[in-house]
Design a protein around this ligand. Structure first.
Ligand code: SF4
Length: 173
């Protein structure tokens, strides 16, 4: 659930109550400036820590360990055994350092950040016209090891807002 302060944050506790004990894991994600058309405003971001405190005041929570490197959600469990709940703090506690997210668009461009303005054109390599799978692997490794994406950290630390970026439907969600 994307949480937007004063727009839908009043629905968070009812939704948590509804899903507690269901076996489904509810995950809240902070409202992000993804794409160019969602009307993002910093003052509409409800930090996960505040939301978690609201929920924990009603149903005490205990932290769970990450299941893998680069996991985006902080995992918690209800102390009363009603299951797990997660929080993705992509604005208030950016996790660019552990980021493993690359996206390949339908037209063969690789983006190394969800907030990237341009991608790397892999079409020739994907079509095999100029190489092999080995070359593709090498190209991917080159791109990934040379990337320096840290948009979310810069947004918070330096108040940098990048205007030019691909829309989420282009990146695949
Ligand atoms: S802003 Fe970019 S580099 Fe940072 S976590 Fe998101 S996708 Fe990864």
């Amino acid at each position: 659930m994307v949480v937007r302060r004063a727009v839908n944050d009043g629905e968070c506790l009812p939704l948590a109550e509804h899903l507690r004990g269901s076996g489904l894991v509810l995950r809240f994600i902070e409202f992000m400036d993804a794409g160019r058309h969602n009307g993002w405003r910093r003052d509409e971001v409800l930090p996960s820590a505040k939301l978690r405190a609201r929920i924990a005041a009603r149903w005490p929570l205990l932290p769970l360990p990450a299941t893998r490197a680069g996991e985006t959600a902080e995992r918690w469990r209800y102390m009363d055994g009603a299951g797990e709940i997660g929080f993705i703090s992509s604005v208030s506690q950016a996790f660019c350092g552990d980021c493993t997210r690359a996206r390949l668009t339908a037209d063969g461009h690789l983006y190394t950040c969800l907030f990237g303005a341009t991608g790397h054109d892999l079409r020739p390599l994907l079509r095999g016209a100029h190489g092999s799978e080995t070359l593709l692997r090498e190209r991917l490794a080159d791109i990934w090891t040379q990337r320096s994406d840290a948009y979310s950290e810069q947004r918070e630390r330096l108040s940098v807002i990048r205007i030019e970026r691909a829309d989420m439907h282009v990146l695949g969600g």
